[in-house]
Design a protein around this ligand. Structure first.
Ligand SMILES: Cc1cc2nc3c(=O)[nH]c(=O)nc-3n(C[C@H](O)[C@H](O)[C@H](O)COP(=O)(O)OP(=O)(O)OC[C@H]3O[C@@H](n4cnc5c(N)ncnc54)[C@H](O)[C@@H]3O)c2cc1C
Length: 406
């Protein structure tokens, strides 16, 4: 069974690893000249861990993370450092923080050589499994083209759109649905040296401002800083802007910013999908990850949901791949019919859950980014009053997930 995956992000690469392990012939098309892990750190909760284990990547992931986040006090603090609410450690019991570069390396190492074709942009995908590929391009408009672009057309048994929030493939499944800016943007960085967190991590919430702290395995720290602003806001010096916005906030926030080289601080405008898709598949095309359900990062679940998609699709398609490997015409016909059935099941298993998490994440973002002094005071009071049992139950409902038992 020949499968094309469009996009070499977390979703595309983890799906490629799973399907290749199941016996499919997989090609990943990536428009960038090299496979890059965008962003800096990533929180992976229990559901993401289950998905990685199901994809056969549990041991490799365990080797690049540790369990220390479990022992940190976490929750929400005020800018002066007093806790608004602490979450019970068992509600984030299996949280792992990973440097995205390490995760991408693990995912790439799991693939057979030559699986990923870089500088290969998929410009169109049809429901019969045909894709048009423009090769030899660096489609990031800020970069000079590499080589002379060529165009080719290839046909696959299945095309998986894992091409992110601005997905091109999504248009073939359901045209006209695109991203919507949330009203806030996020700077992210990883310190270039260990910083003592004094046993506390989590988020600090102000008025229209938020700072998050997450320890990595080697003592370096992944941090993020969120601020309300227009989508096209620009800053002459991003590091100075973060320093100014969060000046006077509790330790070690200033130290974390200082310990991060300016060129490694990046800002992202936060968006999710303006409208939920009514299906994740059409014909021989199926969507996953941000292409299917881009969400704001307030629950730290976008990557986790992409991993769930990858594990689900792999579990559902593995028996079909096995049937297709028998090279008779009858087997090919059975496999073709089975693909449709399994894509339908994938849609049923994945769409409702991922869209409901996206909705929760959007709501949480709106609450966290409240700018009004009165309303933000009220928010903090409510957070303080909510019993931690309730918070734990909410977190558990998002993180509770098992791969389908086929
Ligand atoms: C600030 C921030 C913090 C976050 N924190 C977390 C977190 O802590 N935990 C978590 O689980 N998630 C988090 N997320 C979400 C997570 O980063 C995304 O959900 C995840 O990376 C999506 O992966 P993906 O593979 O679907 O898409 P992407 O990572 O966007 O990958 C898409 C790939 O497709 C390629 N591509 C696009 N178009 C084409 C084309 N036409 N042809 C070929 N290639 C193409 C792109 O170059 C890219 O490599 C965060 C997101 C943000 C913005």
């Amino acid at each position: 069974m020949r499968i094309a995956i469009v996009g070499a992000g977390i979703g595309g690469l983890s799906t490629a690893a799973g399907l290749q392990r199941a016996g499919a012939q997989v090609t990943v098309f990536e428009r960038a000249a090299e496979v890059r892990a965008g962003g800096s750190g990533l929180s992976v909760f229990a559901n993401g861990l289950r998905a990685l284990e199901s994809l056969g990547l549990g041991p490799q992931f365990a080797a690049i993370t540790d369990k220390q986040a479990e022992s940190f006090a976490a929750g929400q603090r005020r800018p002066d450092g007093r806790w608004i609410a602490q979450i019970p450690s068992d509600s984030v019991g299996e949280l792992r923080i990973v440097d995205r570069t390490d995760l991408h390396r693990v995912l790439l190492d799991a693939l057979e050589e030559g699986t990923v074709r870089t500088s290969a942009e998929v410009t169109s995908a049809s429901i019969d499994g045909t894709v048009t590929i423009r090769s030899g391009v660096e489609s990031d408009s800020s970069k000079a083209p590499v080589g002379c672009p060529t165009e080719s057309v290839e046909r696959f048994d299945l095309v998986i759109g894992a091409d992110g929030v601005n997905s091109q493939v999504r248009d073939t499944v359901e045209p006209g649905i695109g991203p919507r800016y949330s009203g806030y943007s996020c700077w992210r960085g990883i310190t270039d040296r260990p910083v003592d967190l004094r046993g506390a991590a989590g988020e600090t919430v102000g008025r229209g401002l938020r700072f998050g702290i997450a320890p990595l395995i080697d003592g370096r720290v992944y941090w993020f800083a969120v601020a309300n602003m227009p989508k096209d806001a620009s800053f002459a010096d991003d590091k100075a802007a973060v320093r100014d916005l969060f000046s006077g906030w509790h330790a070690p926030i200033a130290e974390l910013i200082e310990a991060t080289p300016a060129q490694r601080i990046q800002r992202t405008a936060i968006s999710d999908l303006a409208t939920d898709l009514s299906t994740f598949h059409r014909g021989r095309i199926v969507l996953l990850g941000d292409a299917a359900h881009a969400m704001t990062p307030n629950l730290g679940q976008g990557g986790g949901q992409a991993l769930e998609d990858a594990a689900t699709l792999t579990a559902l398609l593995a028996p079909v791949i096995e049937t297709a490997s028998d090279s008779t015409d009858a087997a090919a016909q059975i496999a073709a019919a089975e693909i449709d059935r399994q894509l339908h099941l994938y849609d049923r298993l994945r769409r409702r859950r991922s869209q409901s998490i996206a909705a929760k994440s959007r709501l949480l973002g709106a609450v966290f980014q409240i700018q009004s002094p009165v309303l933000s005071g009220l928010r903090d009071a409510v957070f303080t009053a909510v019993p931690s049992r309730f918070t734990a139950a909410q977190a558990a409902s998002v993180q509770r997930w098992e791969p389908p038992d086929i």
